[in-house]
Design a protein around this ligand. Sequence first.
Ligand SMILES: [Zn+2]
Length: 152
Amino acid sequence: MTKLTADSVVYIVVHCSNTKPRQKVDKAYMERIHRLKGRLWIGYHYVLDRKGNIETGRALDQIGGHAPGFDNKSIGICMAGGLDQAGNRADNFTEVQRENLLQLVAVLHRQFPQAIVVGHRDLPNAKTECPNFDVKQFLQESGYVQPIHGAN
Ligand SMILES: [Zn+2]
């Protein structure tokens, strides 16, 4: 089976769970959702809950199931949240969640130096609003420097 490697991973894709702020969303929750959709395991490599806890989903060298067409070249991170109390899309992720996202991508960049961080909706031809916030703008405002994209 093909594995993810430093050469093959060109995207770190940020997703959201499309759930309301108070809903408890963790790895176990996302695993249930993905199994209901017919997958054998959780599709994401990481889940960040509202308190900023980071849980590992799929092993880092395993191809995930989170961004059709890009799974074989990306790591998938899911941020719990993305909807307001009324169920509308909202950029209301917690402060600690955002901070820990930055920490996580910094660590991932050591292992996958040529990967750029994008929101799911930023992928070519993505038909989604996920993760319901502007990842590039967030990174810029946080002073996060993306690696120069490789030959891809
Ligand atoms: Zn997504």
